[in-house]
Ligand binder design. Structure first.
Ligand code: FAD
Length: 402
């Protein structure tokens, strides 16, 4: 076992094991870099496991503004993921469960929403295609309007994290972020050593570069490294979950520039279907109590999903912050954002789907050649992080609503 007297030389130390950190570690390893990843809680426990797992192709952005650069940034991404999920490229994600191979897209009847849909079709790589009425999903039968097929796959985020992490178990270390990590920096701000302690074990690492992919945790890490912690913004969401005898539905109901609700479906460990409901409702819900938001979302669902019975449904909510690079306007950054200080890169993907882009952007900024991956198990007795549980598995008591 490596001890504190002989620091382990690394090309890159990645801190934070959500989609960004894991995809980056995988890309680094495939390109011959010697890397390790440190995780403070469970893999993906910030945003990734709480996200809806939609591999967006830009529709949400084009609805409001046809030339939004955010749409261009994500346009290529679903194709990269599609090939990875099919096992046709690395990382091979063929063990990741798909919740849906495409999303449904339907709209409320306003003329403004029709306009938005036309615009989306004009600029997207993945275009919505009208679905004949006889093929509409059960939940949308009897809808007054059109239903489209939007080729955005939906992944089961926990199984994705498990799949990608399983290729790198020997490169993942669980850390005590509050008391078990010490950074040593030289006069120029370069991190020279990272000293880890866990119980009576110690481990010293000497990374050439460090990449922070800790989501919201990047602010605290930057503070520890004497870097500007204000460089990050958080945008909160209040999400609703509804569980019961529900039909499977994955997609967006749009109304002009807004995604009125976004629904994704999963099967909980008790065998029941759970819908996670986001979209405008989850932004509006930030200031609401769980009860008020549930009541609002229930009326939204009944207004836009014509064929669903919510009589015996159970409800819960969760709050989660999106962590991103600070923008002056306070809205979503256009794409992946990186900050490079001395030998530390701080990275936020902005969207789960942009993780491949983040890995490419970070690797372009690395200096020095890869020294070759080390396939040996680092610190065999050191604790390894597990994968975070999805939000519906953590609910203590579900609510019923009249
Ligand atoms: C409700 C919601 C729905 C979303 N839906 C979608 C969607 O459908 N499609 C899409 O493309 N994007 C979506 N997003 C955005 C997407 O989830 C995020 O952009 C992405 O998951 C961020 O990944 P990350 O790896 O940067 O951060 P995170 O997933 O937050 O991971 C950070 C990791 O760092 C760890 N960590 C924190 N502090 C430390 C520390 N000090 N030391 C070590 N480790 C630390 C955390 O435990 C965590 O594992 C959604 C976001 C939310 C909140």
């Amino acid at each position: 076992m490596t001890d504190s007297h002989s620091p382990l030389a690394l090309d890159v130390l990645v801190i934070g094991g959500g989609v960004a950190g894991l995809w980056l570690l995988d890309s680094l390893t495939r390109q011959g870099y010697r890397g390790l990843l440190l995780e403070a809680h469970q893999l993906g426990s910030g945003q990734t496991v709480a996200s809806q797992g939609i591999l967006h192709g830009g529709l949400k952005y084009t609805l409001s503004n046809l030339v939004d650069p955010g749409a261009k940034a994500v346009a290529q991404m679903p194709l990269i993921w599609r090939d990875a999920l099919a096992g046709k490229r690395e990382p091979n994600l063929s063990k990741t469960k798909l919740r849906a191979d495409f999303c449904h897209l339907w709209r409320t009847g306003s003329a403004r929403s029709r306009l938005g849909m036309t615009g989306a079709g004009m600029v997207l790589r993945v275009k919505p295609k009208e679905i004949p009425k006889e093929n509409w999903p059960q939940a949308l039968k009897n809808l007054q309007g059109q239903v489209y097929n939007l080729p955005e796959q939906v992944i089961d985020t926990a199984s994705f994290l498990t799949d990608l992490a399983s290729k790198h178990t020997h490169r993942l270390l669980k850390i005590d972020a509050d008391n078990g990590v010490q950074f040593k920096q030289d006069h120029a701000g370069n991190v020279t050593t990272v000293h880890l302690t866990h119980g009576d074990q110690t481990l010293s690492l000497a990374p050439k570069q460090i990449v922070l992919t800790a989501g919201k945790g990047n602010a605290t890490l930057r503070k520890m490294l004497n870097l500007d912690e204000q460089a990050m913004q958080i945008r909160p969401l209040h999400m609703v979950m509804v569980k019961g005898d529900l039909p499977k539905l994955n997609g967006h109901c749009t109304d002009f520039s807004q995604t009125r609700i976004t629904v994704t479906s999963a099967v909980a460990s008790d065998g029941k279907t759970v819908w996670t409901v986001g979209g405008q409702a989850s932004e509006d819900g930030v200031k609401m109590t769980p009860e008020a938001l549930i009541s609002h979302v229930k009326s939204e669902i009944l207004a836009v999903v014509p064929n669903v019975d919510l009589t015996n449904a159970q409800w819960a909510t969760y709050r989660v912050d999106r962590a991103e690079r600070h923008t002056t306007h306070g809205r979503r950054p256009e794409g992946v954002t990186l900050i490079h200080d001395a030998n530390v890169i701080t990275a936020w993907p902005t969207k789960l789907v942009l993780a491949p882009q983040l890995a490419d952007d970070v690797i372009k900024q690395l200096s020095g050649s890869p020294t070759g991956p080390d396939d040996q198990m680092v610190a065999p007795n050191w604790p390894r992080p597990t994968v975070a549980r999805p939000p519906w598995e953590k609910v203590e008591s579900w609510l019923t609503v009249n």
